[in-house]
Ligand binder design. Structure first.
Ligand SMILES: [Zn+2]
Length: 179
């Protein structure tokens, strides 16, 4: 499976691309939205947290009973998308800043969707219509590689993505905005 950095950066970069396409050239993208897109790209794997809690309490010993089940169904981002649509006109004020609640949830939906697509594309299978159907989809791209080696490959890919991203930020001087 793709690891945390891969999910974070893919979601963040794709969000930035989509946002740029939808806005005028000189429009400044809110940094908080960019960060949120990255974090939302990790959200579906929060089922690991549920596993560790259940495991610690002695209720569960197999991660596969919770991982890639509900949070990796298209129902998950769709639910956020629907709530986003309903709340599109709701504005919250946090620390004197106006935040569009619908936009925040739409970004969460976007990041979650990218996560699910990446999992299905790069490694393993997801159930896109769970709980309505148990049909699994995935490219099976790495099926021929042993599980342990697959983990190593994903870790290497994760490191490579991170180095490329940091290099890009340094070359474009964008990194100065983050420090
Ligand atoms: Zn995942």
């Amino acid at each position: 499976m793709p690891q945390a950095v891969t999910h974070f950066i893919f979601s963040l970069v794709l969000f930035t691309v989509v946002w740029s396409c939808l806005h005028k050239k000189d429009a400044k993208i809110p940094l908080a939205y960019v960060l949120l897109a990255g974090l939302a790209g990790l959200l579906p794997d929060m089922d690991y947290a549920l596993f560790w809690i259940m495991y610690t309490l002695g209720y569960l010993s197999d991660v596969n009973l919770v991982h890639r089940i509900f949070t990796h169904s298209l129902v998950f981002p769709l639910a956020f998308g629907l709530i986003a649509f309903v709340l599109m006109r709701v504005r919250l004020t946090i620390k004197h800043r106006q935040i569009n609640a619908g936009a925040v949830l739409a970004i969460v939906a976007f990041g979650s969707l990218i996560h699910i697509a990446l999992d299905a594309a790069l490694s393993g299978y997801i159930r896109p219509l769970y709980p309505f159907s148990f049909v699994e989809i995935g490219t099976g791209l790495l099926d021929g590689i042993e599980p342990e080696l697959r983990q190593q490959l994903m870790a290497t890919f994760d490191g490579l993505i991170f180095v490329l991203w940091i290099t890009y930020l340094a070359l474009t001087k964008s990194i100065q905005r983050l420090i």
